[in-house]
Design a protein around this ligand. Structure first.
Ligand code: ATP
Length: 246
């Protein structure tokens, strides 16, 4: 097996992160393999978004290492990480409301100078997101919250990621729309994109994910297969609103 396939696509080793000198992530180890859906759950302020920011290159590491596709990337600038296949869909989506849907999508393709390839990619995204296909000329600010989330995901996919980082994709959305978003995440994974998903909706995230990590106060306190974590009494008590047994 070539070394790149033998190793995880993404590996965080003893990663420490801080905001203005105040520790937010305290030495975590985490990995995502090619084609895997991995979720990161935990209470507000646990350090989940901070972790995604560091992987995307938006926050420098205090210490520790980030390895991606067989290379150490923790000193690479964010744009080089996008070019290498890491895309972040941030919390809040970052949609430009005064630009059209198509203009927003094209922003995701800034690494692509091949017009024919871009047209093909846009077609592929429209198949994946039929809700947006007929509305490419519409101002993005007039879309519903769910449609804006899909647009944010579509834009990230236009950079042709191998690893998609999704921060709270279900935030503020109605349950039926959340289902659509999770169906979309499953489809993206089946296309071979690895996903690291930060999600408040622990039940849905663990049902979908191959593996999960539970984060508390900047540390990983539990990890395992999605189904295994769903059955764990500590997870059930803390994140699924159920009483601890015994
Ligand atoms: P949430 O769901 O609330 O976003 P989270 O698990 O993603 O929770 P983070 O947003 O990563 O948590 O926050 C981790 C810690 O870092 C918290 O104590 C938070 O207050 C702090 N923090 C996050 N962003 C900043 C920032 N830009 N400046 C200063 N402190 C920050």
């Amino acid at each position: 097996m070539p070394p790149e396939q033998a190793r995880p696509l993404l590996e965080l080793r003893r990663l420490e992160l801080a905001h203005d000198g105040i520790p937010a992530v305290r030495g975590i180890d985490l990995e995502v393999r090619s084609g895997e859906i991995v979720c990161l759950i935990g209470a507000n302020g646990a350090g989940k978004s901070t972790t995604l920011s560091a992987i995307a290159g938006l926050l420098p590491c205090v210490s520790g290492e980030i390895h991606y596709a067989g290379a150490r990337i923790d000193t690479l600038p964010a744009h080089r990480r996008v070019a290498a296949g890491i895309a972040l869909v941030p919390e809040g989506r970052g949609i430009f409301g005064r630009l059209t849907v198509e203009e927003n999508l094209r922003l995701g393709a800034w690494t692509c100078s091949d017009k024919a390839a871009l047209a093909k990619d846009l077609g592929r995204i429209c198949c994946l997101l039929p809700q947006l296909a007929g509305r490419l000329g519409q101002l993005a600010g007039t879309l519903s919250g769910g449609e804006q989330q899909m647009l944010a995901v579509g834009r990230a996919l236009l950079s042709r990621p191998r690893l998609l980082l999704l921060d709270e994709p279900s935030m503020g959305l109605a349950p039926r729309v959340v289902e659509d978003i999770f169906t979309l995440i499953g489809k993206i994974a089946r296309e071979g994109v690895a996903l690291l998903l930060v999600e408040q909706n622990a039940r849905l995230a663990l049902e979908l994910a191959d593996r999960g990590y539970v984060m508390e106060s900047g540390r990983i306190v539990l990890e395992g297969a999605g189904g295994e974590l769903l059955r764990d009494p500590r997870v059930r008590a803390a994140y699924l609103g159920e009483r601890a047994e015994g």
